[in-house]
Design a protein around this ligand. Structure first.
Ligand code: ARG
Length: 465
């Protein structure tokens, strides 16, 4: 950023004294909003095209503006553009460079427009693209989960409630739970995008403009679904950014929960999985350590994403209509949210194939925690025992098992019969892990054939024929 000879401000007409140097730097946003340059130029080209279509600019002026802006885009992309803090933001830097390059026609670009509708348009154009990029990144993670779930459709895992062994599930079924959560995240973002994709341009500063503009034409040129209905609302509200941050927070909450499981499972105490070396780091002091840094960092990043949501809500909550400079503060949290979300999704999708299951450890754990106790109760119900009585009977059998250090499947038929005369030799099918899994044979259940069917339906949803 160089400011050896500060360029003239585009709004300096009514001012007699120069801006205080610190105030100038304090109020400038160019350092971060230059990131919007492509969208700013895209919006300006559409605006100039519409103005010419309405006879507000001549065709020659439009051509000069369009070519000038395209040149500026190339200069920015090749690093041959000097951003000036004195010109405050991306909008005035580009407009000023345009006038420098093409003369008077450049000064006409801002006809019928304000930075207030311009900046709201730029953010919406940018966010629209980023939402699609994030949705693709979710899809990539979902595909990785599907592949893994298919491989592990029969792998036995103890299912937990309260982090206590509950009932056996398959690891494939467990992975598909994450798939479903991500599917809702993807839907939520698509829904959010339908409200992002509305055009503020034409609202001008706050009340609209006196020129005979055609907002439908500009919206069409920019691929917006429609122009915003109310000019005051269009320049002031950032609810679309808040809604995006809320969707991003829910998504990160899911990634954080998933990360937490990977962290717990890769501990020596659980030992259910091992993450490949490429997703772990060592300790500078403890030679034995292999730390699950990637999921830990994703879990940690969730904090800043939630923070940005609260930041944006608070930014908005006291603003009277219409535009206020407060809104300049919407960009950094949004940029940070998008960058960290995309990074987290990418590394997560790369990591899923690197989750190595330790199937024996999973199976052993499932065998230890009386995971088939509910199956025994259901067995007794099948023999005519009311469920509450069956629950009581099995509870006594479990207490016996705990005292003896044995699972239900390790008891003899005689031992089991001391708890209920209804128990016969066929009970042992019920008490196997495979029997327990196979019995949950309905849509949404953990039976391996149901898991496979769920995976097939999920593939259909992702890649409709
Ligand atoms: N840099 C400003 C922002 O990010 C652009 C709009 C400024 N408008 C104004 N009237 N000061 O919101």
């Amino acid at each position: 950023m160089s400011d050896s000879h500060a360029p003239a401000k585009l709004w300096s007409g009514r001012f007699n004294e120069p801006t205080d140097a610190f105030v100038e730097a304090f109020t400038a946003s160019v350092e971060f909003d230059q990131r919007l340059y492509r969208y700013d130029i895209q919006g300006s080209i559409a605006h100039a095209t519409m103005l010419a279509g309405q006879g507000i600019l001549s065709d020659a002026e439009r051509d000069a503006i369009v070519q000038g802006l395209e040149q500026i885009r190339k200069r920015i992309e090749s690093g041959d553009f000097t951003w000036s803090v004195a010109l405050e933001d991306v909008h005035m830097n580009i407009e000023s460079a345009l006038t420098e390059a093409i003369g008077n026609a450049g000064k006409k670009l801002h006809t019928g427009r304000s930075r207030n509708d311009q900046v709201a348009t730029d953010i919406r154009l940018w966010l629209r693209d980023e939402i699609e990029a994030i949705r693709s990144a979710i899809l990539r993670l979902q595909s990785a989960l599907l592949e893994k779930a298919e491989l592990e459709a029969e792998t036995v895992l103890p299912g937990f409630t309260h982090l206590q062994t509950a009932q056996p599930v398959t690891f494939g079924h467990h992975l598909m739970a994450w798939f479903e959560m991500l599917e809702r995240d993807r839907e939520r973002l698509a829904d959010c995008n339908s409200r992002v994709n509305v055009m503020p341009l034409g609202a001008a500063a706050l009340a609209g403009t006196t020129y005979p503009i055609d907002r439908h034409r500009t919206a069409q040129l920019l691929g917006f679904s429609r122009p915003a209905e109310n000019s005051l609302d269009a320049v002031s509200d950032r609810d679309f950014a808040i809604e995006f941050s809320a969707s991003a927070s829910i998504l990160m909450m899911h990634l954080s929960r998933f990360s937490e499981e990977l962290i717990i499972w890769s501990s020596a105490q659980f030992g259910f999985i091992e993450l490949s070396d490429s997703f772990c780091t060592g300790s500078s002091i403890m030679p034995q350590k292999k730390n699950p840094d990637v999921p830990e960092l994703i879990r940690g990043k969730t904090g800043r994403i939630f923070g940005h949501l609260i930041g944006l809500l608070t930014l908005m909550k006291s603003q009277p209509l219409a535009y206020n400079k407060d809104n300049q503060e919407d960009k950094e949290p949004l940029f940070d949210t998008v960058d960290n979300l995309k990074g987290s999704l990418k590394v997560f999708a790369d990591m899923v194939p690197a989750i190595n299951c330790r199937k024996e450890a999973m199976r052993q754990a499932a065998q230890q925690g009386f995971a088939t106790a509910t199956d025994l109760a259901d067995y007794l119900v099948g023999k005519g025992t009311p469920f509450r009585d069956a629950h009581e009977v099995v509870g006594k059998a479990v207490a016996f098992g705990i005292a003896e250090g044995r699972d239900l499947s390790e008891m003899s038929l005689q031992e089991l019969q001391t708890f209920s005369q209804e128990i016969n030799a066929d009970v042992f099918e019920t008490l196997t892990l495979e029997g327990s899994l196979a019995a949950r044979d309905h849509i949404g259940g953990t039976a391996p054939n149901q898991v496979r069917a769920a995976i097939a339906r999920a593939r259909e949803r992702l890649e409709p024929a």
